[in-house]
Design a protein around this ligand. Structure first.
Ligand code: FE2
Ligand code: FE2
Length: 286
């Protein structure tokens, strides 16, 4: 566990608060107006996080991060090693949470397993947030977690805190401000550059090994404007429309699996050893 040191804040410190914010936003039964109101009254740290995210996720920024990470030149690791790596820095500033990152991953995957979903979906549950290791590579939290959205075309007002896009430098680039921007109508979301974060990164890592359904769950799990709000349909192709139901099927496990009982890693490990071996080689490129 990382020592507490005010001089060098833990890069994963408070990381879970962004997921918690999304969870509270989408609590079942919340009306559209309550949902909007919640955003307006969000705590200042959350507002500041999204202000940074929306202001700094430009086309240029996204392309540079894709170039830096999508070549997967950060070495080879097994899934357990990647999970242990994410575990090296736990959120030691949050008194409400005594769960490690691995325990969070297991809660998601175990909830999926208990509902009788296919084994590949259990795997997705375990790996979906492993891309948060970007924080350990030195990326800022606003560039790793939170809602994602397409860059290079007009921002939808269905993205949380749309007002913060006003100070994004791309607001002054006319070709990025049309409905389709740098894209063709219905070009398909896989051909769209999404704001950079842990979703896109883990999807790239897993691309050689998993099905389209699994990769859509990974790549778009934080794209709430699309899978919850129905925005950006003008960029969707037939494949996106077919995959949407899988992304939606996964979402409740991401949002609501927290707070279940603490998973017993030792007891669960043999199941997960078999699961990883079924779909993935021992070591994969990160
Ligand atoms: Fe995530
Ligand atoms: Fe998650």
């Amino acid at each position: 566990m990382a020592a507490k040191n005010p001089q060098s804040p833990n890069p994963l410190s408070n990381l879970d608060q962004w997921d918690d914010f999304i969870e509270r936003r989408y609590k079942e039964g919340k009306s559209e107006s309550e949902f909007r109101q919640y955003d307006a009254q969000a705590n200042p740290r959350v507002a500041e996080f999204y202000r940074n995210n929306h202001e700094k996720q430009t086309v240029e920024y996204v392309l540079s991060k894709e170039k830096l990470y999508f070549g997967l030149t950060r070495g080879e690791k097994s899934i357990w090693e990647a999970a242990e790596y994410l575990n090296t820095l736990v959120d030691d500033s949050d008194p409400d949470t005594d769960l490690t990152q691995i325990e969070h991953l297991l809660q998601t995957s175990e909830a999926i397993r208990q509902d009788g979903h296919p084994r590949w979906m259990v795997l997705v549950g375990f790996i979906h947030d492993l891309g948060k290791c970007l924080c350990l590579y030195g990326e800022p939290q606003w560039g790793v977690v939170g809602d994602t959205f397409p860059v290079g075309c007009a921002w939808s007002d269905q993205v949380v805190f749309p007002q913060y896009f006003r100070t994004n430098p791309d607001a002054n680039v006319p070709e990025f401000q049309t409905k389709y921007g740098m894209y063709q109508p219905n070009c398909g979301l896989e051909n769209v550059h999404m704001s950079f974060g842990h979703d896109g990164y883990i999807a790239e890592v897993m691309k050689p090994y998993l099905s389209d359904e699994a990769l859509y769950m990974l790549r778009f799990h934080s794209f709430y404007a699309w899978h919850r709000q129905g925005a950006y349909q003008h960029l969707e192709n037939a494949k996106d429309k077919a995959m949407l139901e899988w992304v939606r099927k996964f979402n409740p496990y991401d949002l609501y699996s927290k707070g279940h009982s603490k998973p017993d890693l030792k007891q669960l490990k043999p199941y997960y050893d078999d699961l990883f071996a079924e779909f993935l080689p021992d070591k994969i490129s990160w």
